[in-house]
Design a binder for this molecule. Structure first.
Ligand code: RRO
Length: 313
């Protein structure tokens, strides 16, 4: 029997696959589909203090090699998602759920966490430090001092399991600096990576950009970003205190892609662009393909190969 079960933040999950925040998680209709699928759990769309309608459409385009988006944080507001999760906790109490949140400043982060503390939420919080698409707002994850300030405040006010969603980093010194900051805090996990921010996709026939916001600039996902995602997963796996687990996100559209993320150190894997393309039925194929990759190598559980990437020296 080949198992793709995993544990994260002390919780057990029957399957290591789940959606990436932003995909199939805007409202109950979408979340219900992930909940009914083979995914081990779901994460909600990053919730803000107030509901937001997001950027003008078109704001998401699939491309041959992935996707570009500038959604601009459309969401129903945190109370909507806490209500939904509360219902699921009652309906399927043996599953643990993820609530993604993002404030526009430390005070809003604190406000969101206070609302979660005051609710009956029993799951895991993913604090999104990497939204690339709000005009005029830089990605927090690229401001290292701000990340340290936010986490200092977050862990003073919130005592449940919490991890962070990070943007991709591209320099070894940045991996070192960010890991040194993250290691100061009792994080349950880091999730690498969010989309590669501010790419540009062009339709050469019309000589136009393909999404409306920000003159076409948007976050890139899919095949384009898998090598960057794997590098970030492994760089943090090498550097973080082992109590901080890794969620691998970026370019997963086959079981073998997931195998690679786990080999780099991921304990859980999230699917964004490919889930948007194929729908939640994708979790059946991904699970079967990961089991096939494991069977070919004689592995029966994720810990047989997690983090065991080999080097050439
Ligand atoms: O809503 C978005 O535009 C968005 C977010 Br919050 C994010 O974290 N990553 C992304 O690619 N899009």
């Amino acid at each position: 029997m080949i198992s793709t079960e995993t544990t994260l933040a002390g919780y057990h999950f029957d399957n290591c696959f789940m959606n990436a925040a932003g995909v199939y998680c805007y409202d109950a209709a979408e979340l219900n589909q992930v909940q009914a699928s083979m995914a081990g759990t779901f994460v909600t769309k990053s919730a803000t203090v107030m509901p937001r309608s997001g950027n003008p459409e078109p704001r998401y385009q699939p491309t041959r090699l992935g996707s570009i988006n500038s959604m601009g944080l459309p969401n129903e507001g945190l109370p909507y998602y806490l209500d939904y999760v509360s219902q699921q906790q009652k309906a399927v109490p043996d599953k643990t759920y993820f609530q993604s949140i993002t404030g526009f400043n430390i005070e809003e982060d604190e406000q969101l966490l206070a609302q979660i503390s005051a609710s009956d939420f029993k799951g895991v919080v993913e604090l999104n430090l990497s939204c690339p698409n709000v005009p005029g707002k830089p990605q927090t994850g690229y401001d290292f001092e701000m990340v340290e300030r936010i986490l200092t405040r977050v862990f003073t006010v919130y005592h449940g399991p919490l991890g962070v969603k990070l943007p991709p980093y591209f320099d070894i010194v940045h991996f070192d600096q960010m890991a040194a900051i993250l290691n100061q805090f009792p994080l349950a996990f880091v999730n690498s990576v969010n989309s590669i921010g501010n790419g540009l996709k062009i339709d050469v026939a019309t000589e136009r950009v393909v999404i409306k916001p920000k003159h076409g600039f948007g976050g890139i996902g899919g095949d384009y970003i898998k090598p960057t995602a794997l590098a970030n997963v492994h760089a943090f796996y090498q550097r973080l205190n082992p109590a901080i687990q890794i969620i691998g996100t970026g370019g997963i559209k086959s079981g073998q892609d997931a195998f690679e993320h786990i080999l780099c150190g991921a304990s859980m894997v999230q699917v964004g662009t490919a889930l948007q393309k194929e729908g939640p039925i994708i979790f059946e194929r991904l699970t079967r393909e990961l089991q096939t990759s494991m069977a070919q190598k004689g592995y029966t559980k994720l810990s047989d190969f997690r983090g065991k990437l080999q080097y050439l020296d």
